[in-house]
Unconditional design. Structure first.
Length: 131
């Protein structure tokens, strides 16, 4: 399988699921959140199109991504997808680009790199959250 030839929305679909597992693990294991209601509230802060779009702006500005990852992001960002409610199209597209990177890396079995990106992402979101 050659993920670089796959539809970017397919990569984003897979990346969304993979990313969610990383974040759920972080919330339960690292943050120690165990109550379902608290987990849901916390997850919303981490797994949101707005957080993903903001992270991507920082990642691009600070050169946190490889050239290939930027290329996959742009493919994912520029695709025309399904309708989205309550989000701007730009934010949704940036989020899809982020998820496409994760999906692409997952198919390449680049789990260490996914972990690096997720760690940068967690630090980014943690810096925004005020308790």
């Amino acid at each position: 399988m050659r993920p670089e030839l796959m539809n970017a929305l397919t990569l984003a679909y897979l990346g969304d699921a993979v990313f969610e597992v990383y974040i759920r693990n972080y919330l339960i294991v690292d943050k120690g959140i165990t109550k379902p209601n608290d987990l849901q509230k916390a997850a919303v802060q981490y797994v949101s199109a707005y957080a993903q779009a903001g992270f991507m702006k920082e990642a691009l500005k600070n050169d946190w991504l490889s050239e290939e990852e930027v290329r996959i992001y742009k493919r994912g960002r520029n695709t025309k997808g399904h309708g989205v409610k309550n989000k701007t199209t730009l934010t949704h597209n940036q989020s899809s680009g982020f998820e496409a990177i994760i999906g692409h890396l997952y198919l390449l079995e680049e789990h260490e790199r996914i972990g690096e990106i997720v760690n940068m992402y967690k630090q980014y979101v943690d810096s925004l959250i005020t308790d």
